[in-house]
Design a protein around this ligand. Sequence first.
Ligand SMILES: [Zn+2]
Ligand SMILES: [Zn+2]
Length: 1002
Amino acid sequence: MALSLSNRELKGSYDHRLVEPQVMGEVLKTRGEVDGLLLDGPPFVSGIPHPGTVWNKVMKDVYIRYSTSKGKAQTVRPGYDCHGLPIELAVQKELGITAKDGVVKYGLDNFVKKCDEMSKKNMQAMTRVFQRLGVAMDWEHPYCTSETAYVEAEWREFKELYDKGLVTREKRVFYWCPKDETVLSDYEVNNYVEIVDRSIYVKFRVESAQNEYLLVWTTTPWTIPANVALMVNPDEEYVEAELNGNTYILAEKRLSVLGPGFSVKRKFRGSELDGVKYVHPLGFLSFQAMDHRVVLSKGFVSAEEGTGIVHVAPAHGQEDFQVGKENGLPMLDLVDEKGRYRPFVERYAGKYVREANDLIISDLRSAGALFKEEPVSHRYPVCWRCGTPLIMRPTEQWLLKVSSVKDELVNAASEVGVIPPWLKEGRFLPWLKGLGDWVVSRQRYWGTPMPIWVCDKCGDVKVIGSLKELESLTGKKIASSLDLHRPLVDELTFKHSCGGTMKRIPDVFDVWFDSGSAPYASTGRWPPTRYELVLEGQDQFSGWFASLAKLSVMLWSTMPYSKVLAHGMALDESGREMHKSLGNYVDVEEVVNEYGADAFRAFFLGHTPWEDVRFTKKGLEDALKKINTLWNLLYFASTYMALDDYHPREPPRLEVEDRWVLSRLMALEASVTSSMESLQFDSALKSLLDFMVDDLSKWYVKLIRKRTWVEKKDDPSKEAAYYALYWSLDALLRMLHPFVPFVTTFLMKYLPDEDADFAWPAKSFPRDEDLEKRMEVTRGLVAAALYARNKAGIKVRHPLKELLVSGAELGELSGLVAEQVNVKRVVAVDQKDVMDKKTRVRYDVLGSLFHQNTRVAAEKAIAGEKEVEIDGKKYEIPGNAIEVYYEPKPGYVMVEFEGYKAFLNTAVDEELEREALLRELVRRVQETRKRAKLSVEDRIDLVLLVPREMAASVSELASRMVDDTRAVSIRVSQEPPDGEWFSQDWDLDGFELKVYLRKANG
Ligand SMILES: [Zn+2]
Ligand SMILES: [Zn+2]
């Protein structure tokens, strides 16, 4: 028994360094089966998780813990996005390889092995951080997009899509990164920077005339060699304008580009230019020996910029490509995957296109085809991974025909609940409505290999959907995940019925195809469960939320999730994004080592999920303070409950403050539950902390302090206080647990009869809203009365006679007020009885009427007369000349609270003086006990050393001190006692006190 007692008594102060390691195992324990609660979006394996990524995981953890506490026990499998170019680039950097062909030289097999190693190493490092934060997921079995089962699942999906006719191979113009040598999907092109380029006005000579030119403006001179046509808008007005003996054709609205001195010869519709033949200005390029003509386009030509005539290079622009297709134009595909002109491009062969601009401009000038040149500053797309300006070039890629299911996709998506709701119409649906076909092939190494085999003889295509199929076709066994990666998988070939050899195409999947496959690939369930929730950053509307939706609708005609919570970003203190390069990056592990995981969690979870969070140390310190308050509450409770070996049982009767706190608890549970259901984690946490600080710590504990100090073990009032405190703390710990799992797990052990499963509180108590309202008024009164004491300079320890309250109905709460304000009684009064009616003359009012006769008028007014006679004439004294007001009677200080008034009687008599002295003495003895490090249950011998003149009054009080000080004997003396005593000097108002005490025997 004694052992269990001391075990349940909380010692010391809060230190996360001691608390968190002790309960780590319990905190990370997962419960229940994997089910459709939440699908974890796999973060890319960067190695060091961004604070925003950690915030994301912590929010998921809160949701999982809450759901578990409500009986939906869940284990969520965490995910990692293991493939992709960033890993390739990191490995390249480590190996000192700058270009893509350096990888081939290094050896693809070793390179891929290194990518695999790095992704696994990074994954472990990230897992360590997530675990340190107390995120309870199935860390033993994370899903990783590069593992064999995952890759195979993607193959099955792709084969299904292929069989459904949703896969196509097309040559199209795509954005291309010449550094990474791979295609980019439209949604990857979102990084624009301001670039200064050379823009030129080029003269394209009309074939049938000597000095007549179609004037064209371009910001990409390097595309001129690929020009095959010009386009104009058939509905715009064009002109022939003469300048220095030449005729220029351009849009009327753009005449200003000619500068001064021109004259307009003729005006006409753009449609008239249809089919006009022109001569290519770089005619020396032999591949340009072809007809060139003007074509019409309403959509792609505007007269608002340039010259209103646009040059068409179908290989190097998406609009050009389309116009080329519509008009049957040839395509000059001049640029290779490194962004260099191909060998046949004669004079420019081998040059990087952007660097060829100068040479091309100078050639145009020599050919007399340059009208003018000027720098242009424009927003230009660059690669989001390496920052290289992107170019457009035609390649053959594999696409998913998202466009063919778009209506279905948008319909299904409109059933999804989006939090915050305004982002549904603001981001979610518009993005899906704007989707084009999805280019899923990438020309890289470290990725899921596309399961497409093509016959080298007849071109027949075979899509493989499982390992079994691959093994039976090739006769090879797949032993490790690396066997399902390049280059090993590329070596797996088989014979085609025509006699040719089936070889895999070299492409890998877009990483978004990887992560978008998670519902099936991470569970093996076909079709997958629809998840209740996905929870990621707002950037995922164009990323993961979209790729999940696309694949799920194409494969199973359904959305993969019911609800989306899109959260904000974690920013630095001044609101900037955190980047290593900016030097404002917050190392999560460092922060957690300093402040603890609970403080980190409480800080982030205290913010509205869908807004950006600014990270501040001040915020962490505030969170830490709150955790300390929780600790102190348990410290208080466990100390007394352990002392009395308390176990909760129905008490005979509850005091009013007990009923109040339990009623408040019911209100709290209702509001926290509703906030949690609507995923407003921040409001839930705020309600909990407000209850903890304001209702429990600053109020209820104060009210019951005296009751817990009663020595009798089964005192009914004390038991009632324990009961209400016990259940308040029990519920508070349970509801706080999802937010701060470490400290709550630790503290729960210090409540007797602990139950560490953290089920949501289930015990209910009567709700009394009227009592809650009256308590609110009471608290206002106590605060006001304490303020009045302070104003009158009377310490709270000094009892006063009475507090008179006017208006407010306190009922049973008046005893509580008396105790808190330390008055003998609280009495309801009519304020008129405590106030004297007073009047004063409004000299300002009288002065404006009576001027030099004001004094005479005032005398009459004071006498209560209605008229005054001046120089034989009678004047009326206005009613407002006398102002009536009330003043508290002498000896009372008036305070106002919650719309009512109260009056504190500040008079002090002899008995009150005695009590004041008693309180002063008791307080010093208690303080001395504490310094002597006695525990509350220790009994003591006590000697009070006081000056001779105080001896009588102190002796008189000795018997009244016994209970509060737990003294077995009390002696008042002028001489120090003999033997071993703990002593302490005190300076009381007016005399010196020396307290001697020691543990009493027995
Ligand atoms: Zn790039
Ligand atoms: Zn064949």
